[in-house]
Design a protein around this ligand. Sequence first.
Ligand code: ADP
Ligand code: ZN
Ligand code: ZN
Length: 752
Amino acid sequence: MMYADIVLPLAQPAYSFAVPEGVELHCGDAVAVQFGQRYIYTGIVWRLHGTRPAVKRVKSVGRRLYDVPLLDERQMRFWEWVAEYYMCTLGEVMRMALPSMAKPRGATEEEFSAEVFRPRTEQYVALAAAWRDGKALAAECDRIRRRAPRRCEALEAIASFGEEGRDADGAVPRRLLDIDGTILAALRKAGYVEVTDRERHAERGGHPLFAPPRLTGAQGRVAGEIRATWASGVTTHLLRGVTGSGKTEIYMNLMAEVLSAGGDVLMLVPEIAFTAQLVERMERVFGSRVTAYHSKLTVLRRTETYMRLLHGEGGELVVGTRSALFLPLRRLRLVVVDEEHDASYKQSDTAPRYNARDCAVVLASMTGGRVLLGSATPSLESYANALWHKYGYSVLGERYGGARQPDIVVSDTMRAVKRGERRGHFNIELIRAMEQALGRGEQVMLFQNRRGFSPFVSCRECGWTMRCPHCNVTLTMHKVSGRMECHYCGYTASVPRTCPQCGTADPAPMGFGTERVEERIAELFPEARVSRLDRDTSTSESAYNRIIKDFECGCSDILVGTQMITKGFDFGRVSVVGILNADNLLNGPDFRSSERAFQLMMQVAGRAGRRETGGTVVIQTSEPENPVVGWVAAGDYEAMARSELAERHAFSYPPYSRLIRLTLRERDAVLLRDGAVWLASALRESFGRRVFGPVSPPVDRVREVFIVQIMLKIESGRPMSRARELLRAALSRISADERLRRINIAVDVDVQ
Ligand code: ADP
Ligand code: ZN
Ligand code: ZN
């Protein structure tokens, strides 16, 4: 008897099922299996063997779902690596990696079957064998023309259809023929034609000779360095290129080489918003080779892409967000990771808590492919790998076409207040720069990393603040909706008129978010047309696109926004960029805050003056002496990196160590504390001083659930596999405890 270990899309280990006589299965096949009482799941055949599992009754696998395995050998090894490294089950990898229609689930066989992916089919029309001969058909047409002129016309249309539109055995897609349904039915009935349903194939015209943009001297030199790295057997190259230096042009040149040799290319971008722009740009060079892949596409689209690639013949270019890494690109030769420093590459909220950038490097080393990491401000992890010669490294310091770097003005908020040179949230330097830009018909972008009107309201007399009843956080005031809102759980309440503690009227909005900035602009620049881009205004893709388009076409003069405005957009007419409150960024709580602040401010600054004119960036801060501000003003990445790396080294933070964070969640605060104390001391038995905590995160209660964290810091060079083993042992001890097992524990390896 044969048995199959089946991976199910659950946080559970693989289970063994019997393979009935006569059923032929391969590793990577998708099968239907009954699991538990309630559901039929899609499972993946992971291993076939002859060992009977030690249970009373072994269930049998159900039918095989597709005619090819959903995973090949290489993908299976990759999933195994992800599950091992990030400490989750293969089932959790499966849940994330396969689009949902590829892995149907149902309470009944009917429900399950209804969900199974079927490729879209279309009708194909071919002449019946007897009429393929041109002379025979001509004679027949002459015979019937008087009686049935329209049938004749139809037959001739099919016969004379161009070769390139036909499929391998000469059939023509019905949709390309202008033939009436009744005529076609009659022809079929009379035996003139055969009509079949066939899988619909995307037309993949386009020729394999691509014409990527010609590189400039500096760009060409960098492309040469990248090729040299790869030729020397080093898989990964890091390219640091300032915004507008033409990194994308270099990517396209390297992609063209791979695609014309029949290899597949994957280009990862941190956010969905980037894909549309980039796909358009890629299509101009690579035509129909380009496919977009991200979570906002319909499940049908995503599943179709996955299924199509199973039969791929190479020469595919996928532009996608992190999950695109799990697509079955069978000839993957190159992965480009753009904006490689971006935290969105890390999935933090659910398992597998993987970092797509790091996974790309591992995947490429498994397939013999290459990786190119690009950024204007690389992560210190990647930069350190370059310093240590694990990665190749190039720098592109000039903007394309001699565009100037923006001038950076550091504006001291405290001084402005003292001198009476501050209006609302604007220092005089920023106001002047804006006046000049608007006067010249140019545009302005303003960055404020908080949405809403004000992050909290507070009583002037007793200091009371309004908090969320379900979370340990203040409520944000939103003036547009007229509500107080919790940014963690979505709870809303009306704006308080009096302080519930002392009765004083009108608690004051404190601090400022994007809405309040927008209101101030209206007072300061009543003529200017303002739009705002944040989570509240971009509730749908079309709303988001409208705001971007408005600004692009010059229908608005000033764009205020959160992080959303910092990324990737190339607006030619922006000459002033303001960072309204850099202090928020500089004083983050964790060891990465300086790096993050630098990256974010450089990215915001990169939006200014992308064409000939150069531009001005005004950074408002009460800490003008902060070294990060100095590095941004000088555009000095290397200085930031040297200083930060020295600090990380001194305190043994990444890249000199790896961090594993355990997040414990439970409604019962006492139980949670007991569990956390128990786990921390169990871990100290094996890890000693490498254990930190338990500590409460800044927001330690969300939706009535309390949160506590424990951190493990493992020095680089220490075996991680041993660390995982010890950690697993401690976790299985806690899950064996009657009382403590209730606590939910999430493991996050390489925390962002
Ligand atoms: P990055 O990706 O480094 O921010 P881009 O690739 O977007 O830079 O280049 C910035 C601008 O310069 C774009 O508008 C791009 O079309 C143009 N550009 C860069 N290099 C070239 C080149 N070799 N030929 C033509 N245009 C270029
Ligand atoms: Zn009060
Ligand atoms: Zn809340």
